[in-house]
Structures are given as structure tokens and as C-alpha cells.
Design a protein around this ligand. Sequence first.
Ligand SMILES: NC(=O)c1ccc[n+]([C@@H]2O[C@H](COP(=O)([O-])OP(=O)(O)OC[C@H]3O[C@@H](n4cnc5c(N)ncnc54)[C@H](O)[C@@H]3O)[C@@H](O)[C@H]2O)c1
Length: 265
Amino acid sequence: MNIDPKNWIDLSGKVAHVTGGAMGIGRGIAQALAAAGARVAVSDVDGDGARRTAGEIGGHAITLDVSDRAAFEAALDETAAKLGGLDILVNNAGVYTGFGGPVRGITDEMWRELWSINVDGVFYGCRAAARMMIDQGRGGRIINLASTQSITPGVGVTYDGSKGAVLQITRALALELAPHKINVNALAPGPTWTRSPEAPPITGRPPEPTGDPLADTVASRIARLPLGHWADPMELGKAAVFLSGSMSDFVTGIYLPVDGGWLVL
Ligand SMILES: NC(=O)c1ccc[n+]([C@@H]2O[C@H](COP(=O)([O-])OP(=O)(O)OC[C@H]3O[C@@H](n4cnc5c(N)ncnc54)[C@H](O)[C@@H]3O)[C@@H](O)[C@H]2O)c1
């Protein structure tokens, strides 16, 4: 038997589409998939940012708001036409800033806006990719960005609920799409630093309580994170390469935390 582990991460000949790839985790994942040999389409509601990332990796940029079903389907069609089909979809685009806080203050509009991106967008992408991959008949991979908040709440019911939904969408589709050799998995980042300046130091000590149970829970976990630093987006990128390549041929329906030990706490 000829075993060469280098082939296990080789994505040459594969076509990937990464949503929300202008910055942060999506950019790290797009960079990692391209480094492993995939041809990558990078989409984002920030079209200039998508073009920036695509320029860095020799990829194809698409301006896309994932909450627009028709636009999402058109973006995957464009990916297939330009790059030669679709083997890997990474549903990364998601929002969380400003949507936390006590339930009594959450408006219908806040709820709908976040769920239209974090949940509807993931569903639109999964459905369009499943149709395309089944028709192609060459299997595929779908990777959905869940969160440690899929398991441990803390950012508020709107976001925490959306990431719980992403996890169960992933598991349901893993079961349904397995006969088509389409593996569906969730990647669950812990605290990942996607903004400049650099990530603040992790002290190892819980901070002084502020009285806000949501903020205190999250701040205390971050301060005590076992691996002692915020993740870099490339750490998620490496895990995405694992879930895209032959090392994970027999892996479907999982929730892969890349969380510095968050879920141990
Ligand atoms: N950073 C973290 O600590 C963390 C932790 C757990 C989970 N996540 C998840 O990882 C994913 C990426 O997070 P991030 O921290 O890199 O975010 P980020 O805010 O740094 O980047 C998100 C990207 O998505 C784009 N985007 C926003 N709304 C969009 C839309 N409607 N359509 C298309 N693109 C859109 C933004 O323009 C941006 O480029 C999200 O799903 C997030 O919930 C992040």
C-alpha cells in the first residue's frame, strides 16, 4: 500500500466557496484552502474585501449577501461556471456584534436580522450546494460555522440560538446527504481575534463581576481559556482543511471545537 500523508491535505482539483471571506475567520479559511491547492471563490457582502482576499490567494471574488436566497444560488452557479463545479462550501458569514443583551430588550427586527444571516443564510447555502453536488455526482463537503455558543450560551439568546440551529442543521443534513457522499460538519471557533489591534492578553484570572450575567460569563471564560490565547483565523483555516480533505473522508455530522479548551471549562 502506498501511503503518503502529504496527499491527505492536498486539495488540488477541488473547488471551494467561502462566504464572509473578506476578513476574519473566512479570510483565514480561504487562505488555508487555497494553500492546500483548492481553487477558491470568496464571497462577502463587502465586495471590496472579497476582492482583496481573492487577490491574495488567486481566487475569484463575488459580492454576496447570504440572506438573499436568489443571490446565493447565483453565486454558487457563478463559482461552478468559473472554477469548474463545487466540491466544498464553507458557510462562514455570520454576525454577532450588538445583538447580545437581555431578552426583554430584543426587538423583532434585531432577531430577524441576525437569523436571516446566521440561519437562513446557512440553509440557503446548504440547499443550493446539496442540489449542485448531488447533480454533479462527485460527493462534496459542507462546513458550517457554528460556535462554542452552540453549546455554552453567553452572547445572548439571538446569537446563541442561531448557532444552536446551525449545529442541528448540520447534523440533520449529514444524515440526509450521506448517501450522496456529501459530508456535512460544523466548525466551532472559540474566541478568535479578527480585529486589529492585537488581541488583549489573557490573564488566567476571572475579571471583576459587572453584574451583567452574559458579559460576565463570557469574560470569565475568555480570561481562563486553557490554551491561554485568542485563536488566530488560520487556526480555523487548518481545521477547515482537515474537514475538506481525505483525512476526514469518514467524518460527518460532527461539531469540531477549535476553542483553546473553552468547552472544558
Ligand atoms: N470570532 C469569533 O470569536 C467567533 C467565535 C465563534 C464563532 N464565530 C463565527 O465564525 C464566523 C466568522 O466570524 P468572524 O469573527 O470572522 O466575523 P467577522 O465579523 O470578523 O467577519 C465576518 C465577515 O462576514 C461578512 N458578512 C457579514 N454579514 C454578511 C452577509 N449578510 N453576507 C455575506 N457576508 C457577510 C462581513 O462583511 C465580514 O467580512 C461567523 O459565523 C461567527 O459567528 C466567530
